[in-house]
Design a protein around this ligand. Structure first.
Ligand SMILES: C[S@@+](CC[C@H](N)C(=O)[O-])C[C@H]1O[C@@H](n2cnc3c(N)ncnc32)[C@H](O)[C@@H]1O
Length: 325
């Protein structure tokens, strides 16, 4: 799992290595501020020891930086982060133990849309690992694929911009959705200011228009909030899927979720999805869904798959999409 120190290693050395790897492989090219911050953390014995004192699953850079930002009200630099650990260690620890990395990126809908539009309408959407459910609203957003525009059902919802790389089967219109529901270990509530603030703290500084897009998607979601139920994708999916209307095409999908699930449990989940007779879409890092390993162009490429077969690849934040010939 990216960003997590391996258990069994010397925890202090493993934390330093995790932050260095995060700086060089994840933050580089996306957030100069977090690249520099992660490198500084890796070289700071006090910070590394603090992080190593947390349970292994709570040591991720994303979690620390978002929690610090939440408490400081601004993206942390190394100085304020040191101060925070010295002066507000209990508050920071509490936040890192109770919050999760649940970045909800609505632009991933632009990657899913061409695949969704190939299915018979209307659709019944079930998203696992939905976070706040912003990717359940694929029919409400508008789209701009390098000048090819599609109007969504909510004229005030944001327009998601995605660059097609080569031919992509762009649909004539946004597909109709008859029903939608999400499932998450810890659903975030778009109507809660605290949850929305946490979501905004998970966006890295320097990532262009992501913060504005998130705010606009949240505003759209608040007009008619998507239902996201609390549950584990390993156990809760069949009962949720059973509630979908029988006269709609059931689609189960997930984006950037299964890396948070242990590899042997992913197999269990995939057997469950296959047993539902649903269309199954995934956009995950290469190899996370077995059979979708592909030469990664960079650490930010995801493989788009239908029923476990790769059909394209895309930026993990939905800024570009390439279809498989
Ligand atoms: C990185 S976020 C991605 C959220 C959303 N899919 C997106 O692309 O914007 C991963 C989400 O998966 C959820 N998750 C992780 N493991 C899960 C599980 N076993 N069952 C349900 N949800 C899970 C997390 O709580 C989190 O909200």
């Amino acid at each position: 799992m990216p960003g997590v120190a391996r258990s069994g290693d010397d925890p202090v050395a493993a934390v330093a290595q995790t932050y260095r790897t995060f700086a060089r492989q994840e933050a580089r090219g996306r957030s100069a501020a977090y690249e520099a911050l992660a490198e500084s953390v890796a070289g700071d014995a006090t910070l590394v020891n603090f992080i190593a004192s947390l349970p292994p699953a709570r040591r991720q850079p994303n979690l620390l930086f978002a929690a610090a930002r939440y408490l400081l009200g601004t993206p942390p630099g190394i100085g304020p982060l040191r101060e925070l650990v010295r002066q507000s260690r209990p508050e920071l620890t509490q936040l890192m133990l109770t919050r999760r990395t649940q970045t909800n990126e609505p632009a991933r809908c632009a990657v899913l849309l061409p695949a969704l539009a190939q299915l018979p309408e209307p659709l019944a959407l079930v998203e696992v690992g939905a976070s706040a459910g912003l990717n359940l609203l694929a029919d409400r957003y508008s789209y701009d694929y390098a000048g090819y525009r599609l109007a969504g059902r909510d004229p005030d919802a944001p327009t998601l911009r995605c660059q097609p790389r080569g031919p992509v089967p762009l649909p004539p219109r946004v597909p109709a959705v008859a029903w939608r529901a999400g499932l998450d270990l810890n659903p975030l509530d778009v109507t809660s200011d605290e949850d929305v603030r946490w979501l905004s703290c998970l966006v890295w500084p320097g990532e262009g228009d992501r913060a504005d897009r998130l705010a606009a998607a949240v505003a759209a979601a608040r007009r008619d909030p998507p239902e996201v139920r609390r549950g584990d994708l390993l156990t809760g999916l069949p009962a949720l899927a059973a509630q979908a209307p029988a006269d709609a095409t059931l689609v189960v999908y997930h984006t950037s979720v299964l890396y948070q699930v242990a590899a042997d449990q992913r197999e269990h989940f995939i057997r469950t999805v296959r047993g539902l007779g649903a269309a199954w879409l995934s956009s995950e890092a290469p190899g996370i869904v077995p059979g979708t390993a592909a030469p990664a162009r960079d650490g930010q490429t995801c493989v788009l798959a239908r029923d476990g077969r790769p059909i394209g690849c895309a930026d993990s934040h939905g800024t570009w999409l390439q279809w498989r010939p």
